[in-house]
Design a protein around this ligand. Sequence first.
Ligand SMILES: [Zn+2]
Length: 274
Amino acid sequence: MPNPRPAVVCYPVATLPHPDMATLAAARQHLTQVGEIIVPPREAGAFEVPAGHFFRIVSIEGPQVGDLNLFNATDLNERFFSGKTRALHATHLTTGHRMWSTLPFLRPLATITRNTLDWYGWDEDGGGVHDVIGTRCDPYTHHLLSGGDEYHHCCHSNLSRALATARGLDVRDAELLVHDVLNVFMCTGFTRDTHQYFMKASPVQPGDFLEFVAEIDLLGVLSACPGGDCSSTHSSDAAQCHPLKVEILRPTDAFLAGWRQPARNGYSRTHGVG
Ligand SMILES: [Zn+2]
């Protein structure tokens, strides 16, 4: 239906606190690796990143999509808020965008400092890389769509097991904390005719990485999706899958000495009551 009225951006971000990208760009020239994990295919791994440190999700061995959850390492109630991040920034994230936390905290958990796939931009189908429009593949939707089949290596289950192990939780309690992800390296969009969520083969190659600075002390959990490069299928063992690497990187002492963690949101939380 034609509608000549102008589209208005819901959240003009001129007043949003912006990261100091020049300082971050200088800091990332002097990083020392202090830790790493390898996430096996169809599994997830957990890692901790102190505030002011950097971390990189690196493609190794072959094209592979990763599903990322982020938590405040000292309060798991504060976790990544995919929907508001999408509303504030865009459907897909790149350098300078931030991963915002859930209400009532609503502050940056991490800021993207380097995206080696930034050249991809938007393709002819409107697709892009690193989306916050998908959720995470999960065994409940699979059960629903497959007529009752059980598959235990969807990203939701992988993230639940890894979080349970990292924090000594029952997997049924851990899964309640697992949330919508940043789909690292995944190439996605909405079809032009029916506006359905689509995926296509990720352009990621070994050596590509997505890099962040941790705004506060973080617990990250990353799943190597059973969809592999997500070119055809997921929620099964059919796709070819590869491991992912996470590197933890320490900047200089001088940079860390000046690091200021963002304050949690200042809204009073009275909601008009009292
Ligand atoms: Zn997945």
